[in-house]
Design a protein around this ligand. Structure first.
Ligand code: NAI
Length: 244
């Protein structure tokens, strides 16, 4: 498929996991792709790499501007950078709350703010936010993370409404548990990694973890001109967690 031929895309958190799979898929389908990440050292050609911290507005603006210059424009923004948190409301202090909200919610606001003037110039402008099934399902031990992704879902809907008349579509994907380096770190830290993996698999009716490639495929659909009439939606990629 070459449905991204001629399109320019930027993927935040594109050095690892879902972001990396998405950047590689968009490039394979013809896009020119830049990755914006805290640590882009592992990113190879044909992907372009820019270092930035989404919690730092000046760093986001500088990296986004450099990426747009390299790409020669911007059609697609994938707001994917995010971090996790475990626990109930009693387990995370204010500092942890502000930190996760800063990365997961304000991070998307900063990149979107910097990207909008460029997206307005595109005939195929699309933003896809990586949300989570945690935004719509009550998951135990994920109070802070779920609140951050709930905000991402609402932000997606509000942005879709604000920019629909400008021809900019905004959607999000809601993955279940995805087999990425993030989940590998979570399992490594668990007292019994095999039992933890089994519990995560059991949470999804399909009985297995989602793959990064499956989430990338959903993001690519929402980013591509093929979904030109789709805006303000959340696409679940969760092995049936939400619907079954
Ligand atoms: P990952 O940890 O493999 O990759 C995240 C990437 O984001 C890394 O390359 C990291 O350097 C980058 N990043 C983190 N903080 C950053 C910052 N302040 N500025 C710039 N870059 C930063 O994680 P994964 O699993 O690929 O997650 C990606 C997104 O998918 C996140 O938004 C996460 O909330 C979401 N998600 C993940 C699920 C999972 O089970 N893995 C499930 C549902 C959603």
């Amino acid at each position: 498929m070459s449905d991204f031929e001629g399109l320019k895309a930027l993927v935040t958190g594109g050095a690892s996991g879902i972001g990396r799979a998405t950047a590689e898929l968009l490039a394979a389908r013809g896009a020119e792709v830049a990755v914006l990440d805290l640590d882009p050292s592992s990113v190879d050609k044909p992907l372009l790499a820019h270092r930035a911290d989404v919690t730092d507005d000046a760093s986001v603006r500088a990296a986004l501007s450099a990426a747009v210059t390299d790409l020669g424009g911007l059609d697609v923004l994938i707001n994917n950078a995010g971090i996790g948190a475990q626990g109930t409301v009693e387990d995370n202090d204010d500092e942890q709350w502000w930190r996760v909200l800063d990365v997961n919610v304000l991070g998307m606001v900063r990149t979107t703010r910097a990207a909008l003037p460029h997206l307005r110039e595109s005939a195929h402008a699309a933003i896809v936010n990586t949300c989570s099934i945690a935004a719509t399902a009550g998951l135990p031990q994920r109070a802070l993370y779920s609140a951050s992704k709930g905000a991402v879902l609402s932000l997606t809907l509000a942005m879709a409404a604000d920019h629909v008349r400008e021809g900019i579509r905004v959607n999000c994907v809601n993955p279940g548990t995805v087999d990425t380096p993030w989940v590998a770190r979570l399992l490594d830290a668990a007292p019994d990694p095999a039992a933890e993996r089994a519990a995560l698999q059991a949470r999804q009716p399909a009985g297995r973890l989602v793959t990064a490639a499956e989430v990338a495929g959903a993001i690519a659909y929402l980013a591509s001109p093929l979904s030109g009439s789709t805006t303000g939606t959340a696409l679940a990629v969760d092995g049936g967690m939400q619907g079954l």
